[in-house]
Design a protein around this ligand. Structure first.
Ligand code: B1M
Length: 230
């Protein structure tokens, strides 16, 4: 039963269907529940938000990415899927937040300059909030100097950066350099993630941690928060 509904969420992410009124890429889907109705139903059945994210939403977007790479999908198809994931995450957010007992540290998150991909960053933000962190999400296409200004103003313990493009990941390095030049580098732990980057890249630019997915990002932040080396 649990697998069935998660498989349906995954399939409807792939189809880019938000609600039951939406057409999918395949014909004859109008009237069948979309990602928002299925997410509500999954929660009502007691399925955990983490399973919905991992086995429904993320697995669905993985397939969308593969189809895009295989040129089976075009940008509008990806956007429809992205919207479905975004709507589901809005439904899940209060349920994730419930698990956070009290606010831990503060983290600023941003998708780096030139990069408009924000789905992964939004998932990471919501999971961090769910884990009890105060998250200030600066958005996407964020200039290093805007991150510096936010660190001065917000005084967070962490800075999290996301990059999906090989052409934009360089701004993670420039942001860390700007933190150093501003005398702020030792005030914050920096963690990075996103499909363009890796553990090796994180080490090469002097980041404190790398998260391959949203759940790992939370674990890394918690580990750094408790004084671990991640
Ligand atoms: Co674009 N795009 N895209 N795209 N897009 C990729 C990234 C690409 C790999 C597709 C491809 O060609 N195979 C490719 C990049 C190639 C490269 O650089 N090597 C690409 C390209 C080329 C482009 C454009 C240039 C296309 C064009 O216009 N010709 C353009 C660039 C726009 C720009 O940014 N300036 C573009 C545009 C778009 C859309 C706007 C249509 C849309 C984004 C919508 C949005 O984000 N609001 C989009 C999408 C959806 C994708 C793919 C298909 C999916 C990305 C995604 O949302 N994944 C992607 C292909 C792919 O990844 N397979 C692709 C799901 C998401 C949950 O995963 O973001 O990886 P992800 O986040 C994960 C982890 O990485 C991690 O946790 C998240 C949750 O598990 N994580 C962190 C992420 N951030 C983290 C931060 C952390 C820790 C963990 O700490 C702080």
């Amino acid at each position: 039963m649990t697998e069935d509904i998660l498989a349906l969420i995954k399939e409807n992410v792939i189809q880019g269907r938000v609600t039951q009124g939406d057409e999918g890429l395949e014909e004859g889907m109008v009237g069948q529940p979309g990602v928002s109705e299925l997410t509500d139903k999954a929660l009502a059945q007691g399925i955990s938000p983490a399973d919905i994210i991992k086995m429904g939403l993320t697995e669905g977007m993985d397939i969308v990415g593969q189809k895009f790479e295989a040129k089976e999908y075009y940008i509008p198809d990806m956007l429809a899927s992205a919207e479905a994931v975004g709507v589901a995450m809005e439904i899940l957010e209060p349920h994730l937040a419930k698990s956070g007992i009290k606010s831990k540290g503060k983290i600023i998150v941003a998708t780096v300059k030139g990069d408009l991909h924000d789905i992964g960053k939004n998932i990471v933000s919501i999971l961090l909030r769910g884990a009890g962190y105060a998250v200030k999400d600066l958005g996407n296409d964020i200039d290093p100097q805007a991150i510096i200004a936010a660190v001065r103003e917000e005084k967070p313990q962490f800075v999290g950066m996301s990059a999906l493009l090989t052409s934009t990941m360089i701004h993670m390095r420039t942001t860390i350099q700007a933190l150093t030049e501003s005398g702020l580098r030792d005030k914050v732990k920096v963690i990075i993630g996103g499909a363009a980057v890796s553990e090796e890249f994180a080490q090469s630019i002097g980041a404190d941690g790398y998260g391959a997915d949203g759940f790992q990002a939370v674990r890394i932040v918690e580990s750094l928060d408790s004084g671990g080396d991640n």
